[in-house]
Write a protein that binds this ligand. Sequence first.
Ligand code: HEC
Ligand code: HEC
Length: 290
Amino acid sequence: MRLRNVCRLTKPTALVVASLLLTGICVAPAAAQDRVDDFRLNCASCHTIGGGRLVGPDLIGVTERKDRAWLARFIVDPQSVIDSGDAYAMKILDEARGVVMTAVPGMTIDRAMNLLDLIEAESTADKSQFAGIQISDRPFTAADIATGREIFLGTQRLTKRGPSCVSCHSVNGIGVLAGGKLGPDLNAVFERLNGRKGLATWLSAPATLTMQSVYKDHPLDDDEIMSLVAFFSDKSVAPPESGQAATLIFILLGMAGTAAALVLFDVVWRRRFRAVRRELVPDTPLEGKG
Ligand code: HEC
Ligand code: HEC
């Protein structure tokens, strides 16, 4: 008996220890992975390495254009370097049409140096994992948009068998009622992720936790990305009011639900009330009443 008890205790404990060890093992060699994740999460929406300009310049070979100490300072606090009137900063600001790079919260010189190491290594690679995708510049067609919509809704299956977007997202009121609530509404995602090239790059290698885990082994192909980007760029699919319409439907459904509940309660309570009252009334008629 006692022995068994000990086993019962140690089994979970052993599990905890094992998982701690595993975590240790998984975390230890993560330094290299850390900077890859850091770049993907915080930089890749504005920069490619070898894939051309997005909002910010292509960072291929940047450490040959400018010294690392300067670049690290710029990465930590772009605005203050620009405010200092530095000539090189003025030049790259001008090339970015005046868009100032946003400071990444918690950035330090060390972290920036690690990122510059990564950029340097990726710059000499045959094709950097951050080259982004080469999405065509041709205007989107109605067919692109229609296909994107089908993919979003899942009526056209993804070639790599990833789940449909509507199971977690809504957009422009589409899927507000049917769709999942796990992911954010994608109404303004085309603008938010910096247009055709930015959104396409993002979708080719999603930077966030859920998206990355869902599509890592089921990546979208280039045609699918093109169609989805076309769909997200299209503002005529559903007017913005439909978002409000959906909200209204929600409210109405809520009110209908409340009304139904009130009626139900009323019926139930009235019965109960009567039942109580009946017992309060004596079975035998009161005497001397008549
Ligand atoms: C919101 C978009 C945006 C994000 C996010 C962003 N950058 Fe930038 N970056 C820019 C822009 C725009 C410039 C050009 C200078 C300017 O206009 O501020 C730039 C310039 C740079 C430069 C100098 C490039 C050159 O040609 O000399 C480096 C290096 C750089 N960024 C690295 C990074 C790193 C590393 C990250 C992630 C930690 C990052 N950036 C995140 C927009 C961004
Ligand atoms: C299993 C649920 C799930 C599925 C399926 C899913 N997403 Fe997401 N998505 C999320 C979540 C959750 C987020 C919020 C960030 C995160 O945690 O990854 C997100 C974020 C995003 C973003 C970034 C939004 C922003 O404003 O930064 C885009 C773009 C996106 N998803 C597009 C898609 C597309 C396109 C599909 C279909 C091909 C899709 N998602 C399928 C859950 C999902």
